[in-house]
Write a protein that binds this ligand. Structure first.
Ligand code: NAD
Ligand code: ZN
Length: 358
């Protein structure tokens, strides 16, 4: 399966399926024939599982690898600096290529390294998580600052994305849930039939066959790529991709990164946004059905009781997507039809208390 992404500044293919990495060497030979060196950036967990398999595929070019800590620990200034130092020591030049092998954290880091090394060298994403169907497409790359997540970054599109679905076999249940949360998001903001097919057909994430993942990833990537094609730099419709994220990000931050996965926090955020959508836009939708299904898949569906409403609201106001302190929510006036609604702080506070069961 191939999805072509047209993101204003660049158009590039996303290859999805079993054995896609076997086409990687040929792709480099055709599209970057003068490539002088390949630097694979990956994390320690993924390196142990899949680095050799990837290295074996790149036969036509010198390859070096740099291994970084797993998870958010990859997205620090120190690790960013270590990547740049490694690239300089290895004498990468403007015709060298960086490959990101890993989940969203590695993709964000390696993409930002590529965007800034010698003012920008080519990079390719080889995503290894379900969540990365979201992060590897669209060109947002970043590291974290102690004062805020993803605060230091760029818009920088890859040359291509090779989604090797056999790499997904080693994902733990928690990571499947996190990534599948974004698949649900892509369904809810785009297409009622897509949503209903998920609801009817997916009943245990660990049992979803690789072929089905390939189909779901392709659908999710199509939704994202259509939106990015209209709005690469997030001036307007790209904001729809933040459905569930306004509260989701606040929960993630208040929990402390690593204590609740991104997608699981977004799932709670989506339930809240759906509730607001019913109230403010008369959305016709059964939240109960969705909630029961999510619980059966192992998701938490309530805001953790120890998180304070005030603190969550403060976080939402700090979000870099909110403008001068007003909180904008992505709501749905129908499944597949997102709209942006400015929320009054007082009302939001009341609704959050009710949602928390307080
Ligand atoms: P991740 O890269 O931290 O991966 C999650 C965990 O799974 C890590 O511990 C990793 O080592 C492990 N892992 C990865 N692949 C594996 C495999 N095949 N088998 C076993 N273990 C594996 O994170 P993620 O959940 O993929 O992505 C989250 C990150 O993505 C966040 O930093 C978030 O900010 C970013 N993100 C970026 C965008 C964007 O548009 N750039 C969008 C959404 C999220
Ligand atoms: Zn997300």
């Amino acid at each position: 399966k191939t999805v072509q992404v047209d993101a204003g500044s660049k158009s590039y293919p996303v290859f999805i399926g079993d054995n896609t990495v076997t086409q990687l060497n040929g792709f480099i030979q055709t599209h970057l024939p003068e490539c002088t060196k390949v630097l694979i950036i990956t994390d320690e967990t993924v390196a142990a599982l899949h680095l050799q398999a990837l290295q074996r595929e790149i036969t036509g070019f010198p390859v070096v690898s740099h291994i970084v800590p797993a998870g958010e620990h990859a997205k620090t200034f120190d690790v960013f600096y270590s990547c740049q130092s490694f690239a300089l020591e290895e004498k990468l030049d403007r015709k060298s290529l960086i490959i990101a092998l890993g989940g969203g954290a590695v993709g964000d880091l390696a993409g930002f390294v590529a965007s800034s090394y010698m003012r920008g060298i080519p990079f390719i994403q080889v995503p290894t998580t379900i969540l990365a169907h979201d992060s590897a497409v669209g060109g947002k790359v970043a590291i974290n600052h102690p004062l805020g997540k993803n605060m230091i970054g760029a818009f920088y599109q890859p040359e291509a994305v090779f989604y090797e679905t056999s790499f997904l076999r080693t994902l733990p249940a928690l990571e499947l849930r996190s990534g599948f949360g974004e698949v649900i998001k892509h369904a809810l903001i785009s297409d009622k039939d897509f949503y209903e097919s998920l609801l009817n057909e997916i009943d245990e994430l660990e049992k979803v066959p690789e072929k089905t993942w390939a189909v779901l990833l392709e659908k999710g990537i199509l939704v994202k790529s259509k939106i990015v094609a209209k709005d690469e730099k997030e001036a307007n419709v790209r904001a729809f991709l933040n459905f569930g994220h306004t509260l989701g990000h606040a929960i993630e931050a208040e929990m402390g990164y690593g204590n609740m996965s991104h997608g699981e926090a977004v799932v709670i955020g989506m339930l809240f946004a759906l509730r607001l959508s019913k109230k403010k836009l008369q959305l016709d939708f059964s939240i109960n059905n969705l909630e029961a299904w999510l619980q059966s898949l192992g998701y938490e569906t309530k805001v953790p009781a120890h998180l304070k409403v005030d603190a969550l609201i403060d976080r939402m106001k700090q979000d870099k997507k909110s403008v001068s302190g007003t909180i904008h929510f992505v709501l749905l006036d129908a499944i597949g039809n997102p709209v942006i609604v400015k929320m009054d702080e007082q009302e939001l506070m009341e609704e959050l208390h009710i949602f928390k069961g307080e």
